[in-house]
Ligand binder design. Structure first.
Ligand SMILES: Cc1ncc(COP(=O)(O)O)c(C=O)c1O
Length: 372
């Protein structure tokens, strides 16, 4: 693969343009551009049906949804979270004046390690903000047990977990709220977009007020809400995307299977195990490169880039290493040994629905080529 024809870690899924035109025509005809219009309402219902949840509020993006979720539950003080995520997870806490308390991750799931949460709880702790990293489910039972014992709320950052299901139902039904992202890079995208999944109609109503400036009717504002509304264009696009998403996930699954087979016998290269208890949506393909591999992660990353293959080091640096977090007592590498090691070893390989078999093979060859 030449650098002139690069392969990126992902490529957004776009349905045929002609299928989108009738949706645009409808918007042009009815002149409803936003404020909970017909496509917005249809997409909320369609996503509830698809995901197997009862109450979902669309948002303009996942970050505003996270910020709003914390407001909706009136979280205060300290919140326990993971350093191993996209920076928006912890930023949502700072935007609410909350103090992030970082806890290390489990070496197998790369999610918040429930065994280490209790030691980080103080009288100021009010909530836990775990992330289903790469869509791999957190240990929701252990986290809920801790939350119940200490009377904490749980908000899941489920930005990577679109369509992830366990035998008993959607992963999104755990905790007090779950937050999705429909960013362009996600399995299901609306260009930009996101959602909050609420457990009941009353909570959804509160979330809906908060995302609309706090308005409850034309003249009544009950909260200092934000503008988190998804536009009709984005919602219409989401409705069209939903028609294609199963096919897109199937292709991701096939690529995932090829990588796993081809890398199974490679010393020092570990493909992240996905929970056998859940149906994955294959949003990422992370590998961990350890000292038995002929080159380290940095060298592999560089070597792939020279061949036009743009893998990404998600998640490096850790959130706890960014300037606005690194002075927190919980941010030190000594407190986060597993996350610190994994951040040095991880590389997410390209995976997206339009990736051809030849492109997958060129990634495989570029990785295996390091061993020759
Ligand atoms: C774990 C995680 N949380 C939050 C976000 C923020 O979502 P958005 O980009 O839709 O604001 C993202 C990704 O973009 C993410 O990966």
């Amino acid at each position: 693969m030449s650098p002139n024809n690069p392969i990126y870690v992902t490529q957004p899924y776009l349905p045929p343009l002609n299928e989108f035109v009738p949706y645009l025509q409808t918007i042009w005809d009815n002149k409803i551009l936003t404020n909970g219009g017909p496509f917005h309402q249809q997409l909320e219902q369609a996503l509830c049906d698809y995901l197997g949840v009862k109450h979902l509020s669309l948002f303009t993006n996942g970050t505003v949804a996270l910020v709003t979720a914390l407001q909706a539950l009136r979280i205060t003080g300290e919140v326990i979270t993971t350093p191993y995520s996209f920076v928006a997870t912890a930023h949502s806490l700072l935007w609410n004046g909350l103090k992030p308390v970082f806890v290390d991750i489990d070496p197998h799931t790369l999610n918040l390690d429930p065994g280490k949460i209790e030691a980080a709880i103080t009288p100021q702790t009010t909530a836990i903000l775990p992330v289903h990293v790469y869509g791999n489910p957190c240990d929701t039972k252990a986290i809920q047990d801790i939350a119940d014992r200490h009377r904490l709320r749980v908000i899941y950052d489920a930005a990577h977990a679109f369509g992830v299901r366990e035998a008993s139902g959607s992963i999104l039904r755990h905790g007090d709220l779950s937050v999705l992202s429909f960013h362009a890079t996600k399995v299901f995208n609306t260009f930009e977009g996101g959602a909050i999944v609420s457990p009941d109609a009353k909570t959804k109503e509160r979330v809906d007020h908060l995302k609309n400036f706090g308005f409850v009717d034309e003249v009544t504002v009950i909260e200092p809400g934000i503008n988190g509304k998804m536009s009709e264009v984005n919602a219409a696009f989401g409705l069209l995307q939903l028609k294609h998403v199963n096919k897109a996930i199937q292709r991701r699954k096939a690529i995932d299977a090829i990588y796993r087979t081809r890398f199974a016998a490679v010393d020092g290269l570990h493909c992240l195990d996905f929970s056998t208890q859940a149906t994955a949506s294959h949003s990422y393909f992370p590998i961990l490169v350890d000292e038995r591999f002929p080159v380290d992660r940095e060298a592999l990353h560089r070597s792939l880039a020279e061949r036009g293959i743009h893998a990404r080091r998600y998640f490096y640096p850790l959130i706890s290493e960014f300037p606005m977090y690194r002075d927190l007592p919980s941010a030190g590498p000594g407190n986060l040994p597993v996350a610190t090691r994994v951040a040095q070893q991880v590389l997410c390989l390209p995976i997206y629905p339009a990736m051809t078999s030849e492109q997958v093979e060129s990634v495989v060859q570029a990785v295996l080529g390091q061993c020759r």
